[in-house]
Design a protein around this ligand. Sequence first.
Ligand code: ZN
Length: 90
Amino acid sequence: MTIANKATAEPCQQNTTSATFPNRLTFNGLDANAVKAKIDIVDYISQFVDLKQSGHTFKGLCPFHDEKTPSFVVSPNWQNYHCFGCEKKR
Ligand SMILES: [Zn+2]
């Protein structure tokens, strides 16, 4: 009988999403190509921004400007984002 209680070290974890975003400011350096090539933009951005689903888009506080109410919208369908506060978009 084999032992089931070995440490859960999953070797094939594909979570190599380089989380090299030290702070919100560097969000400006968002690598659009990396986003497109690798992962869903919502997954990616939600590492840095707290996104809440709203219909078929996601909303969160904009990383590009200071705000209290979320005007930063991410659309998984279009794989892009748009801020209605500071008009940043991809
Ligand atoms: Zn903004």
